[in-house]
Design a protein around this ligand. Sequence first.
Ligand code: ATP
Length: 200
Amino acid sequence: ADFIVGLTGGIGSGKTTVANLFAELGISLVDADIIARDVVAKGSTGLIKIVEHFGADTLLADGNLDRSKLRDKIFSDDSERVWLNNLLHPMIRESMLQQCKDAQTDYVIMVVPLLFENGLDRLVDRTLVVDISPKLQQQRTISRDAVTAEQVKNIIGSQASRAEKLSKADDVIDNQGEISALKCKVLALHNFYLKLASNS
Ligand code: ATP
């Protein structure tokens, strides 16, 4: 596909739920979180370069990346953090674009939690923000994960604000209602994106 819709939204907003509804309509998904894990998977070029740079103690006994060790190493060292980002971000971007290109559907949904924060909105043709109130973000995240209201609040605070996301969005999907209402909205957007993709 060469028409890419970037799907984003804050923690617990319903990105996965919305993405799965597009998938039910036959649209291919590209998931930034999965790709970010794949580029440092056991045996990957990314992981080999990390071990070369940071040392063998960034590996667990089973050959997987020791994420907490790596976090410690970049935590207090900005230049190391920059080094890691310069290694991984281009690999992630390239892999995302390749998967979009390979997708055989009329358009593709790229799910990126930090789309605006990481400037990945520049890679897509259209941005779609799943929007709910911070209160609902908190409620839904707490009922899904074993986290406290305080923890959710901190994560919300670390992400782009609701206002910023809304101002940057090409399209907004309100997910404060029932799933049945959400399905209708996704179907309408699907038909809209089919049109945009065929005109592009
Ligand atoms: P995260 O960024 O934290 O991974 P997300 O944006 O992918 O979250 P989902 O996992 O899709 O969000 O949704 C968060 C929770 O809210 C899930 O448990 C989901 O089932 C539920 N949920 C999503 N939409 C609705 C809705 N319209 N009504 C009720 N519950 C919903």
